[in-house]
Ligand binder design. Structure first.
Ligand code: G6P
Length: 609
């Protein structure tokens, strides 16, 4: 993954801009960081760990310069170490890179034969030597980078500076996000506009194949065909305040508590309407959804769990076939395309490499149309799909996704209703009823968040254990999966989720006092079956933690802990039951003194395969 930021200025030291930008990009990786500037000569500072560690090193070294590049890393090739941290250097050339160079091994051999010495284990180092070698046959840094990238295969966003040419910053992208920021007497480039909002709001999004030459006063973009092109300037609306912690201890906690507002903001598209309009998914949505005969949803991680819930909704409400695929698997299968299928990609960031590639692949196989559900307006995914719905979760900083998930579910519930309506499967009364339930949802979520003290008591017991099982049935099975994912990713407690009916086919063998079982027990047609599954656990000495609808008879007892959930509509209950599981994972992780917002080995935006 990794985040890159770079700047050139006529009047000031760019190091504070770069460090500030890196802090905003830490969600992309946080195992090491580095910065290089030109100040007469090329100077570089790198350090293992968070950007804050780099900031201290930079201050100690009094690093300053009016042109520079910087990087925060999520290791792919080579362990997290100072030696492998970017920027990498070859002579006076320095490079930062996000992505993976797939032909790095053969390039390495070729460059070694040319006399280059490799000092790191990274794939990136081939880029810097390659650019350096191209400077022998061309006069400008821009043309050297353009020549170099033609020999690279894989994904990259790069920023390059050269000590002999301190008036030029050169950047290029192919399959990894990169944008330019336009300032006054200074210009910038970064992986995400969030890195630049403190210095500019004027953003130019590069396309794959673009290579840009940035000076103090100009930007020249050359596309993959070698033509000079103009890309539109847009104004980012990202707010700096939205990424402050406020009074919360962690971003994840803040984001869990923001869910009533995030859901209400996402529902603003239906405000005041007493019936659903297809236009909320784009101007072409009505035509596309009317001709849609089946749905295929692709996603990764938490977004995949949202897709799994949507399958239940679309099948039961709209009576339409819906398949759900993990993007990283789908992209390498030989799926049989149906020309009447709408392909939906769900992604908080809109930059997940596997999801983007799976969407491209699905389109190439001849499906009807594409739709994205995304939280980032300017993302690659939104730009690549025919229709889109933007969730209004606001910036999500914690690596573990929370409010993005629940707002995705809101969007998917609207979509299921809309498909049902356009296919004449939704009566007027049912539509009204569901819209009312949706409007009441933020209030329900506020009431659920009041359960936090009870959930903390569960966390007190659970955080010392090493394993946990999560159970759910029907559309709450994906919610159990999401609960297990949250617990493992931030508390590092090994957790597995099972559709409760599957327990007897294997996992029951694991049940003991040391293996707590956390169950989601809403009031629905499967509740009696779930209760039987819970009895199977109790009969084997398992300790149960049950989130139960307040009207379901499950009594607290020895080994049976119950939290009563406020009333929540049957259709939307997966959203409601998510919140206590998020809180449970959060409080277990806090009790284990983990870095909740930046769990080990992970990153928020996974822009590599
Ligand atoms: C990473 C994040 C997860 C997220 C997944 C998919 O693994 O840590 O929280 O669910 O990527 O991300 P997306 O942006 O495509 O929803």
């Amino acid at each position: 993954m990794c985040g890159i930021v770079s700047a050139i200025s006529a009047t000031r030291n760019v190091v504070p801009i770069l460090i500030q930008g890196l802090k905003r990009l830490e969600y992309r990786g946080y195992d090491s960081a580095g910065v290089a500037v030109i100040n007469g000569k090329l100077q570089r500072v790198r350090s293992v760990g968070r950007v804050i560690a780099l900031e201290a090193r930079v201050a100690d070294d009094h690093l300053a310069g009016d042109i520079g590049i910087a990087h925060t890393r999520w290791a792919t090739h080579g362990v997290a170490s100072e030696r492998n941290a970017h920027p990498h250097i070859s002579g006076g050339v320095s490079v930062v890179h996000n992505g993976i160079i797939e032909n790095h091994a053969e390039m390495r051999t070729r460059l070694r034969d040319m006399g280059y010495e490799f000092l790191s284990d990274t794939d990136t180092e081939v880029i810097v030597h390659l650019v350096h070698s191209k400077l022998n046959s061309t006069t400008t840094l821009h043309s050297a980078v353009r020549l170099a990238v033609t020999e690279l295969s894989g994904a990259y966003a790069i920023a390059v500076i050269c000590a002999d040419d301190p008036q030029h910053l050169v950047v290029a992208r192919n399959g990894a996000p990169l944008l330019l920021g336009l300032g006054n007497g200074e210009n910038y480039a970064a992986s995400d506009a969030a890195a630049l909002v403190a210095v500019t709001r004027q953003i130019v999004y590069l396309e794959d194949g673009d290579c840009a030459d940035i000076t103090l006063t100009s930007v020249q973009i050359i596309d993959a065909q070698g033509k000079t092109v103009q890309r539109p300037i847009s104004r980012t609306t990202q707010s700096d305040a939205a990424v402050e912690l406020g009074g919360y201890r962690h971003y994840m906690q803040k984001e869990i508590f923001e869910q009533p507002t995030a859901v209400a903001n996402t529902l603003a598209v239906i405000q005041g309407d007493d019936s659903l309009t297809p236009a909320i998914f784009g101007t072409e949505a009505e035509r596309v959804l009317r001709t849609t005969k089946a749905v295929l949803i692709i996603a990764c991680g938490t977004s995949y769990h949202a897709a799994m819930v949507a399958r239940y909704w679309i099948e039961s409400l709209a009576g339409m076939a819906c398949s759900v695929e993990i993007a990283s698997e789908y992209r390498y299968r030989e799926p049989v395309a149906n020309p009447h299928t709408l392909v939906i990609a769900i992604s908080q960031s809109g930059e997940t490499a596997d999801t983007l590639a799976a969407m491209r692949y699905a389109k190439s196989r001849g499906h009807l149309a594409s739709l994205s559900i995304c939280n980032v307006h300017e993302s690659s995914l939104v730009r690549a799909t025919d229709l889109h719905f933007l969730t209004q979760a606001g910036p999500e900083i914690g690596v573990a996704s929370t409010k993005a998930f629940t707002t995705q579910l809101v969007a998917l519930s609207l979509l299921a209703m809309l498909i049902a309506k356009l296919h004449k499967r939704l009566s007027r009364e049912r539509e009204q009823e569901l819209l009312n339930d949706l409007r009441y949802l933020p209030t329900t979520l506020c009431r659920i968040l009041e359960l936090e003290p009870q959930i903390e008591r569960w966390a007190d017991k659970l955080h010392t254990l090493d394993h946990a099982l999560f159970l759910g049935r029907g559309m709450h099975y994906p919610i159990a999966m999401e609960g297990a994912l949250k617990l493992k990713e931030i508390s590092y407690i090994h957790a597995e989720a099972y559709a409760a009916g599957e327990l007897k086919h294997g996992p029951l063998a694991l049940v003991s006092a040391a293996m707590p079982v956390i169950a989601v027990a809403p009031r629905n047609t499967l509740i009696e079956k779930l209760k039987s599954n819970l009895q199977e656990v109790r009969a084997r000495g398992g300790e149960l933690y049950v989130l139960a609808d307040r009207n379901v008879r499950i009594d607290e007892d020895e080994g049976m802990h119950v939290i009563r959930m406020p009333d929540s509509s049957g259709f939307l209950s997966p959203i409601a039951y998510t919140l206590p599981l998020q809180l449970l994972a959060y409080h277990a992780a806090v009790r284990r003194s983990n870095d909740v917002d930046k769990p080990r080995n992970l990153a928020k935006s996974v822009t590599v395969e």
